[in-house]
Design a binder for this molecule. Structure first.
Ligand SMILES: Cc1cc2nc3c(=O)[nH]c(=O)nc-3n(C[C@H](O)[C@H](O)[C@H](O)COP(=O)(O)OP(=O)(O)OC[C@H]3O[C@@H](n4cnc5c(N)ncnc54)[C@H](O)[C@@H]3O)c2cc1C
Length: 548
């Protein structure tokens, strides 16, 4: 199919979560014409997840705290975070927070920052804690985008990156029901994580996980894909509501047989205390036994999961963080701490993704990326509140870098029409459902080599079995293209999980339950021909130097 360019801009930002919005505003402030396109509405993705009150955001308490935060990120990242990225990240947080404050965004502060519940997940001390409130962000960012002339294209899905003379020069998109092409001087990818590859996910549906694959096709590399946060969430009632981990210490957790899932643990309360200090699963702490018991119970009764009831202690001296959560739960869901809820692990936020440098550059001329679609600044585990900070810091950097690139090397206006392989996979919805089953069965909390190999085989069959037909229904073409990207990214993730034969942070292998110091190496994925290949970073570096 031949597509015509229908729009032109200096900087095309794809994704309208916190990272994309920051990038769009930064590029517009730098004087560039900007289009902000997103498959969801403006203000979408995990950044505006309806099942929570807003976003926690942390940063160093002051300048003296910066080095400690860097060290804490590196430690929690278990050797998988890139130190140069971490340093650039931490140095950028305070200015980024000041930046959003100066715009007028209201930040929620903790009434008593010193309560231990305000120590971020996995961190070792208090940091500067702020809450970004959805309503305030929407109001302020809308006004700022209008003032700076950012053109917004909600309901516009990226399907392919266009390259001219080795640089990214545009994108094929499905806008509403129309396939079209947008030409740009530089493109910022801010399409979020890959929760959409999983059946059980605590993300919005537009966080599809196609952007990573499209970047790979354009020549970028992916890093740390095997590290993803798995988080307890509600099965019943109000499915996909986030569970507040700070309440674990007050809970009794019962399985489908009505028995305490930790009844055989002599140090039951110590496990729950530890589990209360972090939202996502980690293989690194003793609390992993709580998650493993939850997984076992959830596997026995997938629709029932684990029933949570609270003891009297929670009512006696309710900490502020917990009170805020229950106030929100009552206001939005009409639930109290007396209502029993059933929970299970859900796929949540990705720690890895498109590899970028401290300026948000992917290594592919004209292509920049920011936010959860990227990786390198986080490692095997991520400190809570740093994903929001990531969007703020690298969103701005990517927007500024893209603006500078577009100003220095404007894209030629005279390109001809774009060739696009517009094919339909008639049973794409069913194939996506089966892919999500595979990912939830093989790639969640408990992973084994055997299950991962079977999962990869099932995914390969799903991809190889696609029967393509011709057609001109743009929505079907877009959904088929999305599935194709998702299936390939899913295979790359499972192959990275399979290659890491140890347990490290969020990655737990039941067949290799301990951390192996010899595996303190990042796994990169890149495209060779049309096949994604996962390899340890050092091996790739050695291969490169041998070739030179
Ligand atoms: C329930 C929940 C609570 C969380 N709480 C916190 C917290 O308190 N603190 C914290 O630090 N982190 C938190 N996180 C993680 C954090 O919210 C995300 O990592 C972060 O907001 C991601 O921002 P982003 O802009 O990179 O992506 P997103 O906000 O996910 O936005 C992605 C955007 O890309 C668009 N998109 C996707 N694919 C395409 C495509 N192919 N074409 C066009 N557009 C596309 C989507 O429509 C969306 O606009 C939470 C996540 C969830 C789900």
């Amino acid at each position: 199919m031949r597509l015509k360019y229908s729009r032109h801009c200096d900087v095309l930002v794809v994704g309208s979560g916190i990272a994309g919005i920051m990038a769009a505003l930064a590029a517009a402030v730098a004087g560039r014409s900007v289009i902000l396109a997103s498959s969801g509405p403006v203000f979408s993705g995990s950044s505006f997840y309806p099942g929570t009150w807003g976003l926690g955001l942390i940063g160093p308490e002051n300048e003296a705290d910066q080095e400690d935060l860097v060290q804490s990120i590196l430690e929690v990242g278990c050797g998988m975070a890139d130190e140069a990225m971490v340093r650039a990240f931490v140095a950028g947080i305070a200015p980024a927070i000041e930046g959003v404050k100066a715009m007028g965004v209201q930040l929620k502060a903790a009434a008593d920052q010193n309560q231990k519940d305000f120590i971020p997940c996995f961190d070792r001390k208090h940091r500067s804690w702020n809450g970004l409130l959805f309503d305030s962000m929407r109001q302020v960012f809308s006004r700022k985008m209008e003032e700076s002339g950012v053109e917004q294209l909600p309901g516009c899905e990226l399907l392919q990156l266009i390259k001219t003379d080795g640089r990214v020069s545009g994108a094929v998109v499905c806008c509403g029901k129309e396939l079209t092409a947008i030409r740009c001087g530089a493109l910022v990818l801010a399409t979020g994580g890959y929760g959409g590859l999983f059946r059980d996910r605590l993300t919005t549906d537009d966080v599809a996980g196609a952007g990573q694959w499209l970047a790979l096709e354009a020549g970028a590399e992916l890093v740390n894909l095997e590290f993803m946060q798995m988080m307890p969430g509600y099965l019943n009632p109000c499915r996909k509501t986030i569970f507040n981990e700070k309440t674990f210490r007050y809970t009794r957790l019962t399985g489908p047989d009505g028995r305490d899932i930790l009844e055989n643990e002599p140090d039951r309360q110590a496990l729950l205390e530890c589990r209360s200090t972090h939202g996502p699963f980690t293989s690194r702490l003793i609390s992993r036994r709580v998650d493993l018991a939850m997984v076992k119970a959830a596997q026995a009764a997938p629709e029932q999961g684990v029933t949570v009831t609270y003891g009297p202690e929670i009512r006696e001296n309710t900490p502020e963080f917990v009170r805020t959560y229950f106030d929100w739960l009552w206001e939005k869901k009409h639930l109290t701490m007396d209502d029993p809820v059933q929970i299970a692990p859900f796929a949540h936020a990705a720690n890895g993704g498109v590899r970028i440098d401290p300026n948000g550059f992917t290594g592919v001329p004209g292509l920049f990326a920011c936010g959860e679609v990227t990786g390198g600044m986080h490692g095997a585990d991520r400190i809570g509140g740093l994903s929001t900070a990531n969007g703020l810091v690298f969103g701005r950097k990517a927007g500024e870098s893209a603006a500078a690139f577009a100003a220095a090397q404007p894209v030629p206006r005279a390109d001809g029409p774009v060739e696009f392989d517009a094919r339909i996979i008639p049973d794409q919805a069913e194939r996506r459902r089966r892919m999500q089953d595979v990912m939830s069965e093989c790639g969640m909390v408990v992973r084994t080599g055997e299950a991962l190999r079977q999962g990869m085989e099932r995914l390969a069959q799903l991809a190889d079995g696609c029967a393509f037909t011709e057609g001109d229904d743009a929505t079907q073409i877009a959904a088929s293209r999305r599935l194709w990207a998702q299936l390939h990214l899913a295979q790359a993730i499972l192959s990275a999980q399979c290659m890491r034969t140890e347990s490290r942070g969020s990655h737990y292998r039941a067949d290799y339950p301990e951390r192996n110091p010899a595996m303190e190496r990042r796994i990169l994925v890149r495209l060779e021909g049309s096949t994604a290949r996962a390899a340890f970073e050092q091996n790739l570096a050695e291969e490169r130097s041998e070739k030179q």
